[in-house]
Structures are given as structure tokens and as C-alpha cells.
Design a protein around this ligand. Structure first.
Ligand code: ZN
Ligand code: ZN
Length: 166
């Protein structure tokens, strides 16, 4: 026997009431319930809590980020424009794989830990495109103390080697 959703049921009622709110108010409410943000690049809704990271600020599909942090995890930046993934780097302490982003607005460079559900094909594509970065960008990264990792085997090991199968 199938049960039809009754409009007077709790969750449905909340939704029905919500329909009177503006689109913006609804999206704010939605954000308040679940920590997430909207990918400015591909439009995916990105939960900020994912496996292996508590401070994800990049999209697992296209890997683009958003300039939300002043310093790591504080969500205090007022810039808020999209950040382009430039390549991958390995954190000196701990050896974690990080994505290097540069803000398309203020050009701030940031690093964000790769999350467990990041798209593997996008990571592989990023690895390839990072090999073709211009000298100016590479110098910019070096000035920040960031050395890009272009070693595919090493990246794969960091991505899937955790705990290993052997
Ligand atoms: Zn995206
Ligand atoms: Zn910025």
C-alpha cells in the first residue's frame, strides 16, 4: 500500500510555507541547515564537511573553489569570488595532497586538502594542466613556498594508497 505525502505532515508543511519566501531567503535557510556552498563554476551544491577534510572549500566535481577564508577555515573573507585550481602540492608535514587555488579576483593563493569524494578524473586532468602552467604563475607559487607535485604515481599513491590493499 502506498502512502501519499500529506501536505499537513511536518516536513511537507515546512516546505509549503517556505514557498512564500523569496528564492534568496529559501537558499539562505537551506544553507543554514546544512553547511554547504554553491559552486560558482559548475553550479553543484558542495557540502563543506567531507571525508578527510573539515574545511573543504572546493567543488568535488570541477575542483574550483571560492574565496571564503581569510585564513584557513575562518570563512571571513569578503572577496567571495571563484578560485581557479592551478595544480596539486604535497603538504610538507603529514604529506597530504592539497589542491592549489588562485583567486580570480584578488589573486590570493590558497591550498585546500583533497577530499575523499573529489572527482578522480578532475584531479588527473588538473595534474596534467598544471604541467603547462606559465613561468609567471610557477614563480608566483614558488614565492608562496608552494612546489607543485607533477608526479602522477605519487599523487595516485596519496589518493588511493591510504591504508593500501597490500
Ligand atoms: Zn564545480
Ligand atoms: Zn579573492
Amino acid at each position: 500500500m502506498s502512502r501519499k505525502w500529506n501536505e499537513d505532515d511536518g516536513p511537507e508543511r515546512v516546505q509549503r510555507d517556505g514557498k512564500r519566501l523569496s528564492r534568496q531567503a529559501r537558499s539562505l535557510l537551506k544553507q543554514a541547515r546544512r553547511p554547504s556552498f554553491h559552486c560558482l563554476r559548475c553550479g553543484s551544491e558542495v557540502p563543506t564537511e567531507a571525508s578527510h577534510t573539515r574545511h573543504r572549500n572546493h567543488c568535488p566535481i570541477c575542483l574550483w573553489s571560492r574565496h571564503v577564508d581569510g585564513s584557513i577555515g575562518d570563512r571571513k573573507s569578503t572577496c567571495l569570488v571563484s578560485m581557479e585550481p592551478l595544480g596539486l602540492t604535497i603538504k610538507r608535514d603529514g604529506g597530504e595532497l592539497m589542491i592549489v587555488h588562485r583567486c580570480t579576483g584578488c589573486r590570493k593563493i590558497g591550498k585546500n586538502r583533497v577530499a575523499g569524494d573529489d572527482n578522480a578524473a578532475s584531479i588527473a586532468a588538473l595534474l596534467e594542466s598544471s604541467a603547462a602552467l606559465d613561468e609567471h604563475t610557477t614563480a608566483e607559487l614558488e614565492a608562496e613556498g608552494i612546489e607543485l607535485c607533477r608526479d602522477r604515481d605519487l599523487v595516485e599513491e596519496r589518493l588511493w594508497g591510504r591504508g593500501g590493499t597490500s
